[in-house]
Design a protein around this ligand. Sequence first.
Ligand code: SF4
Length: 386
Amino acid sequence: MSTEIEKSVAFHIIQEQMGSAIAAPKCHKCGCLQQTVEALSATAEGQNELAETLNRARQVFVPKEYDCLGCPVCYPAIAANAFAEAYPEAEAKLDLCPTEEPDLRSGWPPLAGDYYVLRYSAPVAICALNSASLAQQIARSGMPGVAIVGTMHTENLGIERVIRNTTANPNIRFLIVCGEDTQQAIGHLPGQSLISLVASGMDERARIAGARGKRPILKNISADAVQSFRKQITVHNVVGQHDVERIGSSAQDLAAHTPGPFEGAASAAPVAITRAVPPVGLTLDPAGYFVVFPEQRRKTLVLEHYTNQGVLDAIFEADSSAALSSTVIQKGLLSRLDHAAYLGGELARAERALETGELYVQDRAPGTLMTNIAADSRGCCGSECR
Ligand code: SF4
């Protein structure tokens, strides 16, 4: 039981911190402020001694843009903690965290967030905690074996998103936790909380066992989903590590030891894999056809364009296949996607031949001609062109 002096100190802290939040526009659209004000308003003190302060805070609300910005110092959270310490018996009833069920979308990852997707079928996910630039560097490095890399700022909604987005992909079997844990004034410790969750799970009140942060409560995720996450994912704890090469080396080691896709995932259905089949029919592009030629003497890629009557009407030259592709698209000389895909493949092969000096022979387009324009009427060999 707190003394009257302790309660009075708590009220002073709450008024002071709410004043700071009222003065900070970023807080007006943040779930942390809005939820804390509503939670405190539901208490007896919130309807008496704190009513005026909370009303002033409510007046600055604008439509919520984020649940929690993960600020190093969060004023409403400090206020809420002061209240919880002065009224420990009321703490369990305080609904302090945003509780909205996030919108799930089909496909993977099911939840939008602050992450980069590299490859669905890779076995390693990387959580760079509060280090956004580290996540970006890892993504840019194109690390082999890595499916997704992102940040995580909070030990409640942040962890829930990690669970949903990793368990929705059965290929993910490892989670590297690196970067800077968010050591905030209010005690957000998402990294420590995530590692505790994997080690010890959560209790019947959805609080992560062993988490030292102030709000490690997972309200939007079932105990079954947490259990499934703990079975599917092995955490590699390197919190504090910022070295991209070392993280990459760990990712490769882990990927080499993947046990394969997890069976019995409790969350979203995996993305379907379709076995691709070769094209059956071949339809001429009304815009004409191309002959590709790597000219070794001048180290130049040459692309001749013909009408479907076999009349040469344009010649393009470039050092790269990308330049040729974008130029002919810009000129409107590709009107079919299958033709564009075929030309892209041929240009890439021709470019490689130009680099290596290997012989290049243009492949005919796949499929059987489905049009009434006879190949020989185009004045071309039919084996090279479309
Ligand atoms: S996290 Fe806290 S300090 Fe940051 S914007 Fe939200 S309410 Fe304000």
